[in-house]
Design a binder for this molecule. Sequence first.
Ligand SMILES: [Zn+2]
Length: 170
Amino acid sequence: MATGEFTSVKSQNELVASEVEVERTALANNPREELEELATFFVDMGVTQELADQVAKQINKSPEEALKVHTSQELGVDTSELPSPLQAALLSFISFAIGALVPLLPYLLGATALWLSLAVTAVALAITGGAVARLTSRPIVQGALRQVGLAVLAAGVTYAVGRGIGTRIS
Ligand SMILES: [Zn+2]
């Protein structure tokens, strides 16, 4: 999971980097069109054409700044704030390690009932789902229920597939 996260963020960053290169070439080859484009970004924001032209000309004096505005407007990314693949992988690794440990907790504490393990897991999932919803300003209860629902679905599919394969082997 962590390696998947690493590859996913890394390839996304590489995609952005190649788009930035395309934009850099466009800026070098069609400076006039790109200057006009720069001005239209500001017109779209509600700035008058005259002021937009002035702002665009000033920004254009620094090619790197102009490139930044183009990429953030056209690609919707801030190239100075790309996510770190390593950080994403580490976060994913830690959260999966903690996630895998939660169902085992009751057993580690001496309990033997499966339902207790399931209940603890459901509570942990509801808390993380709710926390993620809170961080992304979505309804908390909905986020908590969705997390538990998805886990039940994933567990059900895993169980069904396991049973299916198990009966065929035995
Ligand atoms: Zn452009």
